[in-house]
Design a protein around this ligand. Structure first.
Ligand SMILES: C[S@@+](CC[C@H](N)C(=O)[O-])C[C@H]1O[C@@H](n2cnc3c(N)ncnc32)[C@H](O)[C@@H]1O
Length: 665
């Protein structure tokens, strides 16, 4: 039983608290509570749930939490008789007026403890959201976040779609299939918890940036707090899903960047913050140049680990131009180091070009062309002989054996000093400086051996230009290039690791994870039709040749499972949104009466009695009212209701859901 119902039942045991027609005299109870009335306190103590909720144990003495009790009672609108008062709103008030109505608060975060369900079923829809305060609405939150029933499960591979037979599992019993889940990400993340808590190695998300034009359509005076609440609710559960050696990346632009950093420090711990990667995502051209101030071409990626101590940091490399300071080479590398002869790469390149000197080349081609030809030849020689080409450098603060070697090398500047090291490359010195060979700079990137440098926190080398149709789907809402995601996934996860993106959009993260041999889970609330992530992943399975495919020699193959969270009241909300006229809404109302779940505080009889008044409102208001009547805890079907006939779960749904949660009978 819900706590409100328990409270109401218990209070009604005291005849002084009940009106002649059986209603609770809330004002009397409130008054008694404010005066620490013994009778009231005894009544509350008599019920275990109420005792637990409204009393604190201080050194063996139970203390009445009067404040909480009064708040709890005041927030509940017991059985009002007009539908204009049906709204059972939870929020902060001053002088009985909600802060939101007072319009006085801008940069505070009044809903910090709240859960924001935050969902849309159509892109253009801007929904008035409800917040569930954690103290005042525990029941609602528990129900909202309970795991959900799964429906419409399909297994998809090269041979097409078929109904899901069974999930595949590894030796530990964990699902090894790739999953694409359609539905609200908060609820989907909680649904995943039992199966995947502590198992996800890398999370990348690209949430709405809260620009006012993106899919986060909450343009009220609490916009920022709302967005932060939305993010925080999801980050908390995302953190639970992360493996102890896992990491998380969040893509964002300048608008919420600073606020998000503070939030993430709180959720993950500042000690687990790793880096802010600045990504150049545009060029100063077109409409952007009309912006005041410096042209904005940068976005940010915040990187956190679940625990820095557990995280296994790897170095990343990116392709870099040939480095011209590698000027020397060993002419006779097969000899002992003490007999090595050293020359410079420029002389070698001129020799390869069959000219005596640079002047001869300039005379033949002119200064500019000659310089280019020479540079190309040098580069070619270096790339073909990286193990004999070197630069020298003086190490910073040398210690121990290295300091001794430097002294020795300085004392015989014309000789090579060679010192073998166990398990490490040797120290080779000349003129008191260490020799660094070019082969250390080379790495295989995208199947080619290229010059590289260490990956930094400034990524300006990736093109954002031609991605609108990448993966065979068109997506205007912040699609990210496959090359960019490849870098994150390749550097920060290993083959077979589980990758999660709960703002999947057009499916870029999962497409890349699939091509790179990672397991993945993607969650997206909207169905983008022909441009949906499911379409994109089908393309991937069938050998899509866009994005990173060529660089990883992608030939197709593999499979994924598509799932939905089973809707209940959400179906009515969608019908209400779609309704074109009042007539349609009245028909939906009839359906709702027969099948939907209403907020328990709604007096349906009173509502039905004032239906004529309802008809007077415009369609927008009518839609609002009907949506408000619905119990938002029943938007989706909870696992605990799987066998409940009211929810009419099919045999197929029962089979898939039980298999997912490993329920035996
Ligand atoms: C910027 S897009 C992500 C684009 C993606 N990185 C790509 O490359 O295609 C953000 C996505 O988050 C989704 N989203 C926002 N709120 C959500 C919610 N509550 N549940 C599930 N998805 C949500 C939006 O529908 C949108 O598709």
């Amino acid at each position: 039983m819900k706590l409100y119902e328990t409270l109401e039942q218990q209070l009604k045991k005291e005849p002084n608290f009940v009106t002649d027609n059986g209603e609770l005299k809330k004002w009397v109870v409130l008054n008694r509570a404010q005066n620490f009335d013994e009778e009231l306190i005894e009544l509350l103590l008599d019920n275990a749930d109420l005792k637990e909720k409204f009393f604190v144990n201080v050194k063996g003495t139970l203390v009445f939490n009067q404040n909480l009790f009064v708040q709890f009672l005041e927030q509940k609108n017991y059985l009002n008789d007009s539908y204009t008062k049906y709204k059972n709103k939870v929020g902060l008030t001053i002088d009985g007026k909600y802060l939101k109505q007072r319009n006085e608060v801008a940069l505070v975060w009044p809903f910090k403890d709240c859960i924001l369900e935050g969902g849309q079923s159509r892109e253009e829809e801007k929904r008035e959201e409800i917040f569930f305060n954690e103290i005042l609405a525990q029941d609602e939150i528990t129900q909202l976040l309970e795991p959900k029933v799964l429906t419409n499960a399909k297994s998809i591979d090269k041979d097409g779609e078929k109904p899901l037979d069974q999930f595949n599992r590894n030796e530990n019993g964990t699902i090894t299939d790739n999953l694409i889940i359609k539905g609200n990400n908060l609820l989907a993340l909680h649904t995943l918890k039992k199966e995947f808590a502590g198992k996800v190695k890398l999370i990348y998300i690209d949430p709405p940036y809260n620009t006012g034009n993106d899919s986060f359509g909450y343009n009220d005076s609490f916009n920022r707090s709302t967005w932060l609440t939305f993010m925080r609710n999801r980050l908390n559960v995302a953190r639970d899903l992360l493996h102890k050696s896992g990491c998380l990346f969040i893509h964002i632009d300048y608008i919420e960047f600073a606020y998000l950093k503070v939030l993430c420090d709180e959720v993950f711990g500042i000690e687990n913050f790793v880096q802010i990667i600045s990504v150049k995502t545009a060029t100063p051209a077109g409409f952007k140049v009309v912006n005041p101030g410096p042209v904005n071409v940068t976005e940010f990626v915040l990187m956190y680990t679940k625990s820095k101590k557990e995280y296994n940091f790897k170095k990343g490399f990116v392709e870099a131009p040939y480095q011209k300071d590698y000027k020397y080479y060993i002419v006779n590398p097969d000899e002992k180091p003490s007999n090595w002869i050293i020359s410079d790469v420029k002389t070698k390149a001129l020799e390869l070009l069959n000219v005596e000197n640079e002047k001869e080349l300039k005379d033949q081609y002119g200064n500019e062309i000659a310089a280019i030809i020479l540079e190309k030849k040098i580069e070619q020689f270096v790339m073909e002989n990286p193990s004999i080409v070197f630069a020298t450098y003086g190490p910073h603060k040398p210690a121990g054996i290295l300091r001794e070697l430097i002294q020795e090398s300085k004392s015989r500047p014309d000789d090579i000093v060679f010192h073998e090291r166990e398990g490490n490359s040797p120290f080779i010195l000349k003129g008191g400086r260490l020799m660094a060979f070019y082969d250390k700079k080379l790495q295989e990137i995208d199947g080619k051996l290229v010059s590289t440098q260490l990956l930094t926190d400034f990524w300006s080398d990736l093109s954002w230009d031609t991605l609108s149709f990448e993966g065979g789907v068109e997506f205007k809402n912040g699609k990210k290039p496959e090359k960019f995601l490849k870098r994150i996934i390749e550097v920060y996860s290993d083959n077979g690791d589980l990758i999660l993106d709960y703002h999947l959009g057009s499916g870029s993260t999962c497409a890349v994870a699939h091509k790179l041999g990672r397991q993945y889970i993607g969650i997206e609330q909207l169905d983008y039709g022909d441009n949906d992530s499911v379409v994109r992943l089908k393309n991937v399975v069938n050998g899509d040749q866009g994005g990173i495919s060529k660089s990883v020699n992608w030939q197709g193959g593999g499979s994924f499972i598509y799932l939905e969270l089973k809707k209940y009241n959400q179906t009515f909300i969608e019908q209400i949104e779609e309704a074109k006229d009042n007539e349609a809404l009245l028909q939906i109302w009839e359906q709702m009466k027969a099948k939907s779940f209403f907020k328990y505080s709604i007096d349906l009889k009173a509502f039905q009695n004032s239906i004529e008044e309802f008809k007077q409102f415009d369609i927008k208001k009518q839609k609002e009212i009907l949506c408000e009547l619905l119990d938002k805890n029943q938007l989706y079907v909870n696992l605990s209701s799987l066998e409940d006939e009211d929810f009419a779960c099919t045999d197929e749904e029962k089979k898939v859901t039980k298999d997912f949660y490993q329920i035996k009978k």
